[in-house]
Design a protein around this ligand. Structure first.
Ligand code: 5AD
Ligand code: SF4
Length: 459
């Protein structure tokens, strides 16, 4: 069988795609790079906003067309598959295999069923399953918990991914070992709310460390860099900041979604903290980590958001001075409390606020990135950038960075980079040697010279 997977959504979905791909390979499938080559296409879906849902709808329409012309098995997995909205879509577009986020290990049974297979149960075996490490990659994700016990009024995730279930520390450390053995240098601990690790349904699990202690444990494994995402401010204790400060491998990077700067809106979102409490968390983080890089998520145009509320979001941005932010227009999701109870604001108003917020973000990202010019950053280079002769990667603070290939450092790896130039979205630098001096660049061929140097095609 030739299988092709298409992934929408968050890092958790990327992790799940890798997990299912490794299952497919263990069942004898070949992974292929396009729909054309495949006889099984599996779409990993996201339901958090209307846009990713629309993308899946149009892709499924396209796949139904292909299916009418040749044999093809179509599958849908992930958050949208768990919802009635997704299941209606699956019926309409003749989807054969449907797997909810809790039933990914049913992929084997689905393949054997040779026809229609729907799996929507949350199965415990998923938490114990250890997927093989991604091969040849310096970075890996590691799921430490699934689901969410919060009930933000705009969010569909508690419905799609169910209540929080933490993975055992033994399983986490065993998976980390396989990643280290495969050469992974940066691991990102994943969960909808990693700070609540080990406290499922409000009760601490016997034998499970706190998230802060898990960071300390993972820090002793020898992995070079540790990141984590995502954190709910409500569960961000000062001990997490202290653990970050005393564990050298943990990067000074915190992604702490605020969603709004207005306490009134935060209450309507049921976020369980006020603007002041959020700023208190930021102050505690900055106390322990004076050079911390901060990122956030913000929703604009939540129902009932006034201009004054929005101004509070802008002023909070200035108070924190984030390096980066993911910014979203509020998207009413069927099945959420805010969809049921609150009226959506006009589209133009939401768009106009988003544009103003983007300007604010650019201002800060420009300033923050400019502050890195002249410093040496540890950059994990993943490989070739879009422009020929350049490599791309990111710093410990997650800043995208581009460098020219250098003699002795011409591929993936972790290198010290002297930053020479910046834009709001990118740092540009040169790899430096032990003496702090830039390594000699590998000369780039002019496009014409490159064409001439290709071997001649024989007729
Ligand atoms: N509309 C817009 N953005 C949303 N998010 C979650 N639900 C919605 C929604 N209904 C955003 C939040 C969250 C991120 C993953 O997606 O900012 O942190
Ligand atoms: Fe990830 Fe949330 Fe989208 Fe599910 S709905 S894929 S958890 S962002």
């Amino acid at each position: 069988m030739k299988a092709h997977m298409i992934t929408y959504g968050c890092q958790m979905n990327e992790y799940d795609t890798h997990l299912v791909q490794s299952q497919l390979v263990s069942f004898g499938a070949d992974l292929v790079d396009s729909i054309d080559e495949a006889d099984f296409v599996l779409v990993n879906t996201c339901a958090v906003r209307g846009k990713p849902v629309d993308k899946v709808r149009s892709l499924l329409g396209q796949l139904r067309k292909v299916k009418s012309q040749r044999p093809l098995v179509v599958g849908m997995m992930g958050c949208l598959a768990q919802l009635e909205e997704g299941q209606q879509m699956a019926r309409k577009f003749e989807v054969d295999v449907l797997l909810g986020p809790g039933s990914l290990l049913d992929i084997g049974a689905a393949l054997e069923s040779n026809g229609r297979f729907w799996g929507l149960q949350f199965k415990d075996e998923l938490h114990e399953h250890i997927p093989p490490s991604p091969q040849g990659k310096l970075q890996a994700h590691l799921t430490i918990m699934r689901g969410c016990d919060h009930h933000c009024t705009y969010c569909i995730v508690p419905t799609t991914r169910g209540p929080q279930v933490s993975r055992s520390p033994d399983d986490i450390l065993r998976e980390l070992d396989t990643q280290l053995a495969a050469g992974v240098q940066e691991v990102t601990l994943l969960g909808q709310n990693v700070n609540a690790y080990g406290v499922d349904g409000g009760a601490r699990l016997a034998g499970y460390p706190s998230f802060a202690d898990l960071l300390r444990l993972v820090g002793r494994s020898g992995v070079r860099r540790i990141k984590f995402t995502t954190s709910h401010p409500m569960n961000f204790t000062e001990d997490v900041a202290a653990a970050m400060a005393e564990t050298p491998a943990v990067c000074d990077f915190v992604h702490l979604p605020v969603q709004s700067g207005s306490s009134r809106v935060l209450r309507r979102m049921a976020r369980e903290y006020s603007r002041q409490e959020y700023l208190g968390h930021i102050a505690a983080i900055k106390k322990h980590l004076p050079n911390v890089v901060l990122a956030t998520d913000i929703i604009v145009g939540f129902p009932g958001e006034t201009e004054e509320d929005f101004q509070e979001t802008l002023s909070l941005y200035d108070e924190v001075g984030y390096d980066s932010a993911y910014m979203f227009i509020y998207s009413p999701r069927p099945g959420t409390p805010s969809y049921k109870h609150f009226a959506d604001l006009p589209r133009e108003l939401k768009t106009e606020r988003l544009q103003r917020l983007i300007l604010k973000q650019k201002e800060w990202s420009k300033l923050r990135n400019a502050g890195k010019v002249g410093t040496v950053q540890e950059v994990l280079l993943r490989g070739d950038a879009h422009s020929e002769g350049f490599l791309e990667g990111h710093t410990r603070g997650n800043h995208p960075t581009v460098v020219p290939r250098a003699v002795g450092a011409d591929g993936a790896g972790v290198y010290p980079v002297l930053i020479g130039h910046s834009t709001p979205h990118m740092l540009y630098g040169q790899i430096v040697g032990a003496d702090g001096q830039p390594l000699p660049e590998i000369p780039r061929l002019e496009p014409q010279a490159a064409a001439l140097s290709r071997p001649l095609q024989m007729a």
